[in-house]
Design a protein around this ligand. Structure first.
Ligand code: HEC
Length: 170
């Protein structure tokens, strides 16, 4: 009898963990713009901290892969997993890689707004019939080391943006 009670308790605990997993998954698929904004702010801090620390470490080894290239690789994997898509966008016409020039209206408007001093640019849009949340944050020339590879930029200039797209509840 006692063993049966134990098994019952274990089953209830296991079931409740499954439910918790499920509800977290459903929540992600039904994001509100406010939740999407919080996620973007969290991701943005993570990406920017490692970009800065990785760049500082470049001082000794300029031949290493740039933080920009690394970040683009991570973006690709994040997109494959369905978490979000993101682009590193140039805010000047001096992009090292032309692929990083603003592509659509959102990216062009975002870069303009960020260069004019806006700290965060966001919009909800419908793309291919799906509601999405889009946000862009500024990438300034934060360190003198940035100019090792981007020599034509001014100090503190907004040289780029990180542009995120997350799916919203329909
Ligand atoms: C070791 C060289 C190197 C350093 C240092 C470096 N970058 Fe870059 N950066 C690159 C390369 C290479 C690309 C193009 C990567 C690609 O698209 O694959 C790039 C691309 C960019 C872009 C997209 C626009 C463009 O030029 O294509 C931004 C924005 C950017 N870097 C910001 C920064 C910032 C901010 C820093 C300093 C924190 C920095 N970079 C330091 C090499 C560097």
């Amino acid at each position: 009898m006692r063993n049966l009670a134990k098994i019952f308790v274990i089953l209830v605990v296991m079931f409740s963990f499954c439910l918790r997993g499920l509800s977290a998954f459903e929540q992600w698929n039904n994001l509100s713009p406010e939740e999407a904004r919080t996620i973007v702010k969290l991701l943005d801090d993570v990406y920017k901290y490692y970009i800065v620390f990785d760049t500082i470490n470049h001082v000794d080894n300029p031949d290493r892969v740039s933080a920009a290239t690394l970040t683009k690789q991570v973006f690709k994997e994040m997109e494959k997993k369905g978490w979000h898509s993101a682009r590193l966008v140039s805010a000047t016409d001096k992009a090292l890689n032309k692929e990083n020039m603003p592509k659509d209206e959102f990216e062009k408007d975002a870069v303009k707004a960020l260069r004019e001093g806006q700290a965060f640019y966001e919009k909800t849009e419908v793309i291919e019939g799906k509601r999405v949340y889009r946000a862009a944050t500024p990438v300034p020339v934060v360190l003198k080391e940035c100019k090792m590879c981007h020599p034509y930029l001014k100090d503190d200039e907004i040289m780029g943006a990180l542009a995120y797209t997350l799916p919203l509840g329909q």
